[in-house]
Design a protein around this ligand. Structure first.
Ligand code: FES
Ligand code: MG
Length: 602
């Protein structure tokens, strides 16, 4: 069958060049029965023989927007412009739904569904007559899920995001998605606002259609889709309601038809160089700590080696030059007006940080962004005068885990003073572990004075990785107990095998792999153990003897391993059985061997 598929691909039709995979359904005299069946039912929405049998590319539009996925709902409108672009370029659009994801509503966590959306798109792209696809990205997990699917199937694909919401405002100040929740909670806890004002304040951050307007995981992942080359240049930052976004939708529709004719596939675009570019860019924009999980996953599906060492090697020394919340003060509209991603990339090109990797428009990222510039230096800063130096992630190892990342640029001066500058070694600190097993345990006990948390404690959150808390919860960033907050101690170091929200600014060591639930040493840690974190050596260790650890390991095994709550749905159970660690992208392990599968079609 592989040979046949190859032959089918290279055979030419009169009108358009290479034979398209959709013609195996719609124009295949050697299988007349099935062709007739495919055609009669597909035509029933009004298509003609002429359209289906003249070698016109069939372009899928993977629709992620719906009433339960409001961050992507604008795609219902944008899809009309995408279709016009597809038509004008000579293609035919087939819009179809895939499994919806919405970050803030899905329980227990939206990241449980990233791999489900991935699966749903893989099955459609592989099993239906589709020659190329527009991926409608937006909300956090929808972008990586679709890029992962495009990587697995490897037919031409291009991403278009719904676009960030307009800036939120409250009493003359910008209110940003996610970041306002942390702030409003503090105000409510201090008694300055009540519940209705709290809700109003948070709602003010969402003034229009679109995805989050801060540099949280949504804006990060869409920026990285553009950085990888999987969108048209300048696409990611356009606010959802702007006219420019409608225009971009049209151009994206036109371009995917050409990509099919050029056979420009995800594997041509998402190369090792493209991933390295994306890592550099993630530091410059102040990207989310979820980015390594998702990018490592996409890389796994396309077959490019990539791990957290690469994140440190290529990303750590890159400065933060985008002044957006949560790291800075502005929001998406300001960022777009200042030039968006092309202006950021232009700064990096000038410092020789970007490699020439081909993008969806057929030109390289360097071609696309050279000569772009920031029109507002307070929003997109010069490389030489950044908001923060060394804005990337460090990759930690030790006897607590094999890999966990830390964003050191969020360490506050107060924290540095308390932990690092008074320590014997200014790059290392020791503290006493306080261990929580999941968010419920943490909420129940954090303010309990019996725990005796001090300003030098280190908080641990375990049991919240991909298996322990299906999908991995965003709960590693923990606040200090009330009695310390009142003394002005705002941030304690937090370490855990889960994730943290892209809109949070905690100095955490997170995404620890292996997680406690799959046998990681975090499961052996006890409250009261001393731990040592060495920023220079990138080590995180519990100062517990090997003999003692062996004893604890034996005791843990005797009780059947680390205990975690049962699954609540079939998918939770299925995913838990086959999912990998966060450091490896939290992919479905059996899925990774299916690469470039459209070549096996036939
Ligand atoms: Fe969907 Fe932020 S909650 S983009
Ligand atoms: Mg999030």
């Amino acid at each position: 069958p592989q040979k046949a598929a190859k032959a089918a691909k290279t055979a030419r039709t009169a009108s358009t060049g290479p034979r398209l995979r959709s013609q195996a359904w719609f124009d295949n005299p050697s299988n007349a029965d099935m062709t007739a069946l495919y055609i009669e039912r597909t035509m029933n929405f009004g298509l003609s023989f002429e359209e289906l049998q003249s070698g016109r590319p069939i372009i899928g539009i993977a629709q992620t927007g719906s009433d339960i996925a409001p961050c992507n709902r604008h795609h219902i409108v944008l899809a009309d412009r995408v279709k016009e672009g597809i038509r004008d370029a000579g293609g035919i659009a087939f819009e179809f739904p895939i499994h919806p994801i919405q970050e803030t509503c899905k329980r227990p966590t939206a990241s449980l569904d990233r791999n489900l959306q991935y699966l749903s798109l893989v099955e459609i792209l592989y099993g239906y007559p589709i020659d190329g696809c527009v991926l409608t990205t937006g909300c956090d997990k929808t972008t990586p899920a679709q890029l992962m699917a495009a990587a697995t199937v490897d037919i031409p694909a291009i991403a278009l995001n719904s676009g960030p919401m307009l800036n939120g405002w409250f009493q003359g100040e910008r209110t940003g998605s996610g970041t306002i929740v942390w702030k409003a909670r503090e105000l409510m806890a201090a008694g300055e606002i009540g519940y209705p004002e709290f809700l109003k304040l948070v709602a003010s951050s969402a003034p229009s259609t679109g995805h989050c307007n801060t540099m949280g995981t949504a804006s990060t992942m869409n920026a990285l889709a553009e950085a990888l080359g999987m969108t048209l240049p300048g696409s990611a930052a356009i606010p959802a309601p702007y006219r420019d976004r409608q225009e971009m939708a049209y151009l994206t529709g036109k371009r995917i038809v050409e990509m099919v004719r050029e056979d420009l596939k995800p594997s041509d675009i998402m190369t090792r160089a493209a991933f390295e570019n994306a890592i550099v860019i993630n530091s410059a924009i102040g990207g989310s700590t979820n980015a390594p999980v998702h990018l490592n996953a996409i890389a796994k599906h396309i077959g490019v080696p990539l791990d957290n060492d690469d994140w440190e090697k290529h990303g750590y020394k890159v400065p933060l030059i985008v002044n957006l919340q949560p790291a800075g003060k502005y929001l998406a509209e300001d960022y777009y007006r200042a030039g968006g991603l092309p202006a950021v990339v232009a700064e990096l090109i000038a410092k020789d940080k970007i490699q020439p990797a081909v993008t969806a428009n057929g030109k390289t990222l360097i071609d696309n962004c050279t000569g772009k510039f920031s029109s507002d230096r307070d929003v997109i800063l010069p490389f030489s005068k950044p908001l923060k130096k060394d804005a990337g992630f460090l990759n930690f190892k030790g006897n607590l885990f094999d890999s966990a990342i830390m964003k050191t640029s969020v360490i506050t001066p107060e924290f540095r003073q308390r932990y690092l500058e008074n320590a014997a070694d200014p790059m290392a600190f020791e503290g006493e572990a306080v261990v929580f097993d999941g968010p419920e345990d943490y909420h129940a006990r954090i303010d309990d004075p019996k725990l005796r948390i001090t300003a030098q404690s280190v908080l641990f959150m375990r049991g919240v990785g991909p298996v322990g808390y299906p999908g991995a919860a965003e709960v590693v960033n923990m606040r200090a107990p009330d009695y310390l907050l009142k003394k002005g101690v705002t941030a304690l170091p937090c370490i855990g095998d889960g994730r943290q929200s892209g809109t949070s600014g905690s100095p955490s060591i997170l995404n620890a792999s292996p997680e406690a639930a799959t046998g990681g040493n975090l499961a052996l840690l006890k409250t009261g153990d001393r731990v040592r974190i060495d920023l220079k050596k990138r080590r995180a260790d519990m100062l517990v003897s090997d003999e003692e650890l062996a004893k604890r390991r034996a005791a843990l095994e005797a009780q059947g391993g680390y205990q975690f709550p049962p699954s609540q749905t079939p998918w939770q159970e299925i995913q838990r059985a086959v999912v990998g660690e966060l450091a490896d992208g939290m992919v479905l392990k059996p899925a990774v061997k299916y690469q470039k599968i459209h070549a096996t079609f036939g």
